[in-house]
Design a protein around this ligand. Structure first.
Ligand code: GLA
Length: 383
């Protein structure tokens, strides 16, 4: 049990009983690359998590220990600077944001670790940021509300880690609920829960085991292309502030004014937003067949129009197309690697796993990991 391992390590290092917090990874059922276009997403928190064991100090020192890396880092709250290693940045960035909010922390001891696979697109980074923000808020009674925790965790990634991500990952980390997906309106930041309960189906992830080094530069390029599209749309429709406000009709009227790539990018985002709303209506009717079709449509758009897929992701999705017991499949997250998300009938899961693993191995010479997920609660205290 990762929680026990983290707690035991904490007691070994610091000789006291810590506060224990569970901070989950996430899946996104549909609504990809829509969050930074002020649109809709449909994520859920899952049963893979990072656990934090943490206690306050009063000498201004922060002592961090990463169990999975068997590595430590120590710094002073009065001197927040880049560590020169990767993992501490996600945590120091949170302190940096707290400081900017005028919340002064006296220092803390922290051991963390868990079972969210790194680089698989399950948002281990958001789990680190939002999990620490949540823990410190509780430990030092900072009185920060949930939505402000989300925003500060996102900002710490934008400003300290330097990745210009949207708000989805940190949002679902804090607001996730068991057996429910969350439809987030990334403009108003309101949300609604939709039931995701079907005992005959499983959410299954297939990890390409590919982490593309271009992922973050391409991510920023896509953002810029969407913004360029909005500027052109505004010439005819000044009220359009983001692609969220645009319709396909408005886009087609502006088609002659934009290059083919910008058009494709905008088309994908406008249609993906419509798909999220339609997919939520499917859930209310318990229509997972229709829901699954929209997942395939989403993948098509991501692969051909938004062009953030890769041959490994496309292969995994294609493999499912002739499997009657797979209702939907698509790439998930930023793209260029990571996982596909699949809706698979319960009694087919074993065979699904075998078939995917052997065909992927044959094609790419790599063993893809397959995870069967449960939807769980967002970040919370476990002890
Ligand atoms: C990454 C980002 C999110 C979102 C997705 C794509 O996970 O962190 O904000 O943009 O990519 O949907």
């Amino acid at each position: 049990m990762p929680a026990e391992i983290v707690r035991n390590k904490f007691i070994e290092l610091f000789k006291e009983e810590p506060l224990l917090v569970r901070s989950p990874g996430r899946v996104n059922l549909i609504g990809e690359h829509t969050d930074y276009n002020m649109g809709f997403v449909l994520p859920a928190a899952i049963d893979k998590a990072i656990y934090f064991a943490i206690s306050p100090r009063s000498d201004g020192v922060c002592k961090l220990f990463a169990v999975d890396m068997n590595d430590s880092y120590e710094f002073s709250v009065s001197e927040l600077k880049k560590s020169g290693k990767q993992w501490p940045e996600y945590l120091i960035g949170v302190l940096d944001q707290l400081k900017k909010l005028g919340k002064n922390i006296e220092g803390f001891n922290c051991v963390f670790g868990g079972d969210i696979p790194l680089g698989a697109g399950l948002s281990s980074s958001a789990a680190l940021e939002a999990g620490l923000a949540f823990s410190l808020n509780h430990l030092f009674n900072l009185g920060i509300d949930k939505l402000s925790l989300v925003k500060l965790a996102q900002k710490s990634e934008n400003e300290f880690v330097g990745v210009n991500c949207g708000i989805m990952d940190q949002y679902i980390n804090i607001f996730g609920a068991a057996k429910k997906v969350l439809k987030i309106d990334c403009r108003s930041l309101e949300y609604e829960y939709h039931p995701f309960t079907n005992d005959d189906l499983r959410i299954v992830l297939c990890n390409t085991m590919v982490t593309h080094s271009l992922a973050s530069s391409e991510y920023n390029t896509r953002r810029a292309q969407c913004e360029a599209g909005v500027k052109i749309l505004q010439q005819k429709y000044p009220s359009i502030k983001s692609l969220r406000d645009a319709s396909m009709q408005a886009l087609d009227e502006s088609k002659a004014d934009m290059d083919a790539v910008t058009y494709k990018r905008c088309k994908y985002v406008i249609e993906e937003n419509e798909r999220v709303t339609a997919a939520c209506a499917d859930l209310e009717k318990n229509d997972f067949v229709s829901f699954g079709c929209r997942m395939y449509q989403s993948h098509n758009g991501l692969s051909r129009e938004y062009e953030v897929s890769c041959k490994e992701l496309d292969f995994l999705v294609e493999q499912t197309e002739n499997m009657d017991s797979v209702l939907g499949s698509r790439m998930m997250g930023g793209g260029f690697g990571g996982c596909t998300i699949n809706l698979v009938k319960n009694d087919f899961v074993g065979e699904f796993k075998n078939r995917i693993q052997s065909s992927y191995k044959e094609k790419f010479g790599k063993d893809p990991l397959v995870y069967i997920c449960k939807i769980e609660e967002g970040t919370h205290i476990i002890r």
